[in-house]
Design a protein around this ligand. Structure first.
Ligand code: HAS
Length: 549
């Protein structure tokens, strides 16, 4: 049973809102860069003032994929934990603020370097592209900041257990701990490549860099990164969505078990981003493909759980036929509509992921714009629409305002714009990808090439979709500013669902953190030890006979 406290302490709300301000500024900057880049690729627009396509692409990817997501997720998780455990103490808040400011300093340093065109290295920033050393230091600071906030989340969860012996921990706090545990373990990989490879290389202390090692360490982190985006959306689906539709949580145990499986299987799968790369033994690629198919299972469990939640509620309201429950859902409530459409998009998004992971089919789509289509369905729709759905009630709860029918109406318009824009843009991306259209290429690069004519219509469709999305972003910013500063004062509900009374008791083993951390590390060691040893031992000699590692 989720324990809920009436409202969130003002001091906690300030910390949470600080994260939200950064997140929504990032939405504005990143989505504007997105529009500019689809226009460039349409061939109808030339970037002014010597600004490069890849520079804008880096702004778009870093600001949306890394900054917006990280700040929103941490803010949301802090709110969920504060709400369900009774709030943070002074020490926890001080560590939280320190983490926040360390992340801000890191973000600003990295952003300045990108704007100066000193860090045009895309959101994946691995070698051989090289950035200014300040960009890497900025990224390292962002990671350290997230570790501090992760520590606050662990500490608060442990304090709850200590202060409430024998009481089951709140589901949302439990989920936040798993999300951060996965994040801390995964981000060690990117921290190692940034600190030990990229910073010395960018400073000129070492003349060359082992590209394969850097990419491997990056993707060890890169796949769990996408689950770091997804898990907070799952938190909303499992523990908040049932309340919004007037129902209850289908199963607390199933929700916790799903998160444990995501912790275990989301890290040892990075090779599925490197299936076409030489230098990694096919056996280990094969092993990681198998592990990738295992990480699909908790998402299937989530789909099952969501269907059960909707159907049970629909039947309670009198629904009869197989899909009769659909009619009983609160379609006019954007707090439901936005995340629900997010779920719908995850059906093709997830199917695309399974295609990507299937070794042979990966050869067809790798490095094509199909992949860009895939992640606009997953992170930019499933996750983002869920985050927008959260923002509609989270912002007024934190600022002491009401979520009004006016804001709801704007929210519905924004959801429709996002759905239409993304459908057009991502369909065009998937299609062009199947025709071999490369990802990440500026129109100016292949103008005059025969392919330009073949791909032209798809790129124009992407620009049309991108423009609709831009409008959707503007509406979202308007709603955010309204809810943060102008909506009428009042108390808005933080929707927390309860578990069905007849649900089985949650097994105590789910709180055995030593066990789950040990199994996670064992799986990582299994999947990575031998291939990493291979990569390091067989590293080529770099310039001037310098051994790359
Ligand atoms: Fe992915 C590339 C495989 C999920 C994001 N992915 C990317 C990249 C990003 C990304 C950003 O194996 C590009 C990275 C780059 O820059 O190079 N992905 C997968 C697999 C999954 C998957 C197997 N990806 C995600 C999620 C992301 C994300 C989630 C962001 C949030 N992905 C890959 C692979 C590549 C890749 C390869 C590399 C490609 C290459 O070669 O470069 C799985 O986790 C998917 C499992 C999901 C499901 C769907 C379950 C459905 C649910 C909805 C239920 C709906 C309801 C509503 C209840 C099985 C839960 C029903 C209502 C009705 C009315 C019907």
């Amino acid at each position: 049973m989720i324990k809920s406290f009436k409202s969130i302490a003002k001091d906690d709300a300030k910390l949470i809102m600080a994260h939200m301000y950064v997140a929504f500024i990032a939405l504005f900057v990143g989505a504007t860069a997105g529009l500019v880049q689809t226009l460039e690729r349409s061939g109808k627009f030339t970037l002014p003032a010597g600004i490069g396509y890849y520079q804008i692409l880096t702004v778009h990817g870093v600001v949306l994929g890394l900054v917006l997501t990280t700040f929103f997720i941490l803010g949301f998780m802090l709110s969920a934990q504060s709400k369900t455990t009774g709030g943070y103490n002074k020490t926890e808040r001080i560590i939280g603020w320190t983490g926040f400011w360390v992340m801000v300093v890191g973000t600003v340093s990295a952003a300045v370097m990108i704007l100066l065109n000193e860090a045009t290295v895309l959101f994946t920033f691995y070698a051989p592209l090289q950035a200014h050393v300040i960009f890497y230091i900025g990224l390292a600071l962002v990671i350290v900041g997230t570790w501090l906030i992760g520590f606050v989340i662990f500490k608060r969860h442990a304090r709850f257990r200590k202060e409430n012996p024998g009481v089951q921990t709140p589901l949302l706090s439990y989920m936040a701990v798993i999300t951060m545990l996965m994040w801390q373990i995964a981000s060690i990989g990117v921290a190692v490549t940034v600190i030990f490879q990229m910073i010395p290389w960018a400073l000129g202390i070492v003349p060359t860099i082992d590209v394969l090692l850097s990419r491997t360490l990056f993707w060890y982190f890169g796949h769990p990164l996408v689950y770091f985006w997804l898990l907070p959306a799952y938190m909303m689906w499992y523990a908040i969505m049932p309340k919004i539709i007037g129902g209850k949580i289908f199963s607390d145990s199933l929700a916790r078990f799903t998160f444990i499986l995501l912790l275990l299987f989301s890290i040892p799968v990075g090779f599925h981003h490197q299936l076409t790369e030489p230098g990694i033994d096919p056996f280990w690629k094969y092993m990681q493909v198998i592990l990738t198919f295992l990480v699909v299972i908790p998402s299937m469990m989530t789909a099952f759980s969501m269907f059960a939640t909707f159907e049970i509620r629909g039947r309670e309201l009198g629904a009869k036929k197989v899909f009769g429950w659909l009619k009983k859902m609160p379609w006019k409530d954007v707090r439901f509509l936005a995340p629900f459409i997010g779920m719908l998009f995850f059906i093709p998004g997830g199917a695309g992921g399974i295609i990507n992971a299937s070794n042979q089919m990966n050869q067809v789509i790798h490095n094509t714009i199909w992949v860009t289509g895939h992640f606009h369905l997953t992170v930019a729709t499933t996750v983002m629409l869920t985050f927008f759905g959260i923002a509609y009630w989270l912002i007024p709860t934190m600022t002491g305002r009401k979520f009004t029918p006016f804001a709801n109406k704007l929210g519905i318009i924004q959801t429709i714009l996002w759905t239409v824009g993304m459908t057009i843009m991502s369909t065009a991306m998937h299609w062009q990808g199947l025709l071999g259209g490369p990802r990440r290429s500026a129109y100016s690069e292949y103008v005059g090439n025969a392919d330009t004519a073949a791909w032209g219509p798809y790129q124009i469709a992407q620009a049309v979709g991108g423009s609709i999305l831009f409008l959707g972003m503007i509406v979202m910013i308007v709603v955010f500013v309204y809810l943060a500063f102008f909506a009428p004062k009042g108390e808005e509900e933080y929707p927390l669902a309860e578990v069905y009374d007849e649900a089985e008791k949650t097994p105590a083993v789910f709180e055995n953190w030593k066990l789950w951390t040990a199994v996670t590390i064992a799986l990582i060691l299994f999947a990575y030890t031998i291939p990493l040893m291979d990569i390091i031992q067989n590293a080529p000699m770099g310039a001037k006979g310098f051994k790359l590692w």
